[in-house]
Design a protein around this ligand. Structure first.
Ligand SMILES: [Ca+2]
Ligand SMILES: [Ca+2]
Length: 143
C-alpha cells in the first residue's frame, strides 16, 4: 500500500524534502517501474497537475557521489530505467536531483537542486496505519 500527495507549492529540492519529512512522509521514491509509471500517468492525465507544465521533484539524487543515484530517506539505490534518452547528463556539472519532466512525457531527468518545483510525497505504511487508527480503521493484509 502506498499513499501519495501532490504538493503544488514550489520548493527547491532540499526544502521539498524537508516539507515531506515534516508532514510525516518523504519525497517519493520510485522503487519499481510500475510505481514510476503510475505516478507519471497521474501527473500527465490530471489537468490540475499537467496544466502546471512543470517538473516534479522526487527523492532521487546523486548529491553524495556524482553518478550514483539514490532515493533519499528510504536510502535505496535507483534501479529503474525511466530516464529520458541522454539523461542523466549532469548539465553544467551541477545536476544532482531527479524530476519527472513534463516536456518528455514525465520521464526522468536530472536537474539542478536549487530550481523550485512542485513535488510528490509518499507516506509510509506506519503513517497510514496511525492515521487510519485515529479514524477507528485498520489496515489488513491480503484480500
Ligand atoms: Ca549529477
Ligand atoms: Ca539533465
Amino acid at each position: 500500500i502506498s499513499c501519495y500527495s501532490f504538493n503544488t507549492s514550489l520548493e527547491d529540492w532540499h526544502s521539498a524534502r524537508s516539507v515531506c519529512l515534516q508532514n510525516g512522509g518523504h519525497l517519493v521514491a520510485l522503487e519499481t517501474e510500475t510505481e514510476y509509471d503510475n505516478i507519471a500517468r497521474m501527473l500527465r492525465t490530471t489537468p490540475e497537475y499537467s496544466s502546471l507544465n512543470n517538473g516534479w521533484w522526487t527523492a532521487g539524487n546523486d548529491i553524495d557521489t556524482e553518478g550514483t543515484w539514490l532515493w533519499a530517506d528510504v536510502n535505496r539505490p535507483l534501479t529503474i530505467d525511466r530516464w529520458i534518452p541522454g539523461q542523466p547528463d549532469n548539465r553544467f556539472g551541477t545536476e544532482k536531483c531527479g524530476e519527472f519532466n513534463p516536456t518528455h512525457n514525465y520521464l526522468y531527468n536530472d536537474l539542478t537542486c536549487e530550481w523550485k518545483r512542485p513535488f510528490v510525497q509518499r507516506y509510509s505504511i506506519a503513517w497510514i496505519d496511525r492515521s487510519l487508527k485515529k479514524l477507528g480503521l485498520a489496515l489488513s493484509q491480503g484480500s
